[in-house]
Design a protein. Structure first.
Length: 247
């Protein structure tokens, strides 16, 4: 196993934590990011991983801030070395039906979920190409594949990730840099636990396997797509949704 450096944005969240553990288990040097101002929670998160024997680095980062992303990548490269693996995982929802959606809601979700892809990928991409190795995984969503009532902003960002990912996959293909997306279905995380119980029960009833996914289900997909051996897999999307949507 190679001690490659793997960055996970929004690492302290439900799925990010599982991804960091899976990447560490693969022998990666894991770098997680947390929102600026949440240093205390980030330290707690880091200590939790330490209890599992994982030494992760953690940096503050707002993925909507282009210059901040640039400074973050420069800091990681200076402190640890070049970034080999980037998992763009940070994401939010801010739901409303179209008729009630405010421009601020629309712009916020576009910026965090989609503009962040450009902000982060541009900082690492050329360096990956020059070194002849890179793995980029962008976290999309089931609702980007099928759309969702009340989530036109969120679904637009998650669908946009597919076009972005396929484009940079073509740009990196001859240089050893792969780019893929993972589209989680409903996973047992705080984000999904916010859904009212009655609605959640209906959602679970619509999942063919009959239960929510676990964060580890998504982490395993990320581990696979970021493996050195996954060099022939690029420009694709991996749906991990219990059969809820079969594209
Ligand atoms: N959970 C699911 O079932 C599910 C299903 C489909 C897709 N997804 C996608 O999977 C990803 C992770 O979701 P999750 O369930 O783990 O959600 P989560 O626990 O809320 O994690 C999201 C992370 O992103 C961070 N974040 C938010 N805004 C940010 C910004 N501007 N800059 C940097 N980081 C920011 C959050 O920080 P704070 O905690 O400090 O706000 C949090 O650490 C998201 O992209 C989500 O859309 C999740």
């Amino acid at each position: 196993m190679t001690n490659r450096i793997a960055v996970v944005t929004g690492a302290t969240g439900g799925l990010g934590t599982a991804m960091c553990k899976a990447l560490a288990a693969q022998g990666r040097a894991v770098v997680g990011t947390h929102l600026p101002g949440e240093e205390a929670q980030a330290k707690e998160w880091q200590a939790g991983l330490q209890q599992d024997g994982i030494e992760a680095s953690v940096y503050p980062l707002d993925v909507t801030d282009f210059d901040g992303c640039k400074a973050f990548v420069a800091a990681v490269e200076k402190d640890l070395g070049p970034i080999d693996i980037l998992v763009n995982n940070a994401g939010i929802t801010n739901d409303a039906p179209l008729k009630r959606m405010q421009p601020e809601q629309w712009n916020q979700v576009i910026n965090v979920n989609l503009t962040s892809m450009f902000n982060m990928c541009q900082q690492v991409f050329e360096n990956m190409c020059e070194r002849g190795f890179g793995r980029i995984v962008n976290i999309s969503s089931l609702n980007g594949e099928k759309g969702q009532f009340g989530q036109c902003n969120y679904a637009a960002t998650k669908a946009g990730i597919y076009g972005f990912t396929k484009s940079i996959a073509q740009e990196g293909a001859r240089k050893g840099v792969t780019a893929n997306s993972v589209s989680p279905g409903y996973i047992d995380t705080p984000m999904v636990r916010q859904v009212p119980e009655k609605v959640l029960n209906n959602i679970v009833a619509g999942i063919p396997v009959g239960h929510l996914g676990q964060p580890e289900d998504i982490a395993r997909a990320v581990a696979y797509l970021t493996a050195d051996e996954a060099s022939f897999v690029t420009g694709t999307n991996m749906s991990v949704n219990g059969g809820q949507y079969m594209a």
